[in-house]
Design a protein around this ligand. Structure first.
Ligand SMILES: Nc1ncnc2c1ncn2[C@@H]1O[C@H](COP(=O)(O)OP(=O)(O)OP(=O)(O)O)[C@@H](O)[C@H]1O
Ligand SMILES: [Mg+2]
Length: 256
């Protein structure tokens, strides 16, 4: 079943009257229910723009993004979003950060409490629930941001470089944790990343964008069992293949 459909999507920014920039031009792809899809591509190619449109934070200039066949227009608890660098509220404790995602949902207080407890449990943050973000490690902050995105039980989870600002060793640990949470939540995910290995580690499919206007230069299925072994030959093969695609994308050439 198709969960998300990016249907002839274009995005044009007009900074000043008469000055327009076509960031995405007629982009098309689908994400199936339960799939983990990564978006990979050169800086500035429009990945975040596309993800924010899936989040409903900005509109498509042309075309539409459909969730279960219904055009997205505006943010909704149906779509959990993790912003780059986690973006937690610094003045709220861990549990308040997570609970915030339920604030505007019409469900009973008891149910809200149960969901927050469950999300904290899943993120292994129960004992840190009264702490403020500044008191947490990078890994805990990231898990808190994911817990906040999952607590509303969304249909899709949208991640914009969720591990962007993390050093190499920490990154692998956090990838393992994020993978565990996503598997437990059994959810459809679209993730923007710069990191080729990360895209292979997580994804069922990796979509590679070229430098211009959101042109898709590769749509690669990653056919490896989970949890993935980063040191296996097959894993390295995918990293090699995607790195080559990206290299061509940087040049602006199309590779089939
Ligand atoms: N609100 C906006 N107004 C005008 N131009 C914008 C706006 N948002 C993004 N852009 C432009 O759109 C292009 C794509 O930006 P976007 O942030 O989507 O790229 P990206 O692929 O996520 O890049 P990165 O990998 O560096 O995060 C850039 O040229 C950017 O300057
Ligand atoms: Mg971006």
């Amino acid at each position: 079943m198709v969960r998300l459909k990016v249907d002839h999507v274009s995005k044009i920014f007009t900074d000043r009257p008469g000055e327009t920039q076509v960031v995405l031009d007629d982009v098309n792809f689908e994400v199936r229910n339960g799939e983990f899809v990564s978006l990979l591509g050169p800086s500035g190619c429009g990945k975040t723009t596309l993800l924010t449109m899936m989040g409903g934070f900005q509109d498509c200039t042309d075309g539409a993004i459909l969730l279960d066949g219904v055009a997205i227009n505006g943010p909704s608890p149906e779509r959990g979003y993790v912003f780059q660098n986690y973006a937690l509220f610094p003045w709220m404790t861990v549990e308040k950060n997570v609970a915030y995602a339920l604030k505007f949902m019409d469900i009973p207080e008891e149910e809200k409490k149960a969901r927050v407890n469950n999300a904290l449990e899943m993120a292994h943050l129960t004992e840190h629930r009264k702490k403020f973000p500044i008191q947490l490690s990078g890994g805990m902050q990231q898990r808190c941001a994911v817990a906040r995105a999952l607590v509303s039980r969304p249909k899709v989870l949208l991640l914009d470089e969720p591990l962007g600002a993390v050093d190499f060793q920490m990154r692998e640990l956090m990838q393992n944790e994020l993978e565990r949470m996503v598997r437990e939540a059994n959810i459809t995910v679209v993730m923007v990343t710069h990191d080729v290995s990360e895209s292979v580690f997580f994804s069922d499919r990796v979509i590679v964008f070229g430098r211009e206007k959101g042109r898709i230069v590769g749509d690669i299925k990653i056919d490896l069992p989970r949890t993935r072994d980063r040191s296996s030959k097959e894993y390295e093969g995918y990293v090699f293949q995607l790195t080559n695609l990206l290299r061509e994308a940087f040049k602006g050439a199309v590779v089939k």
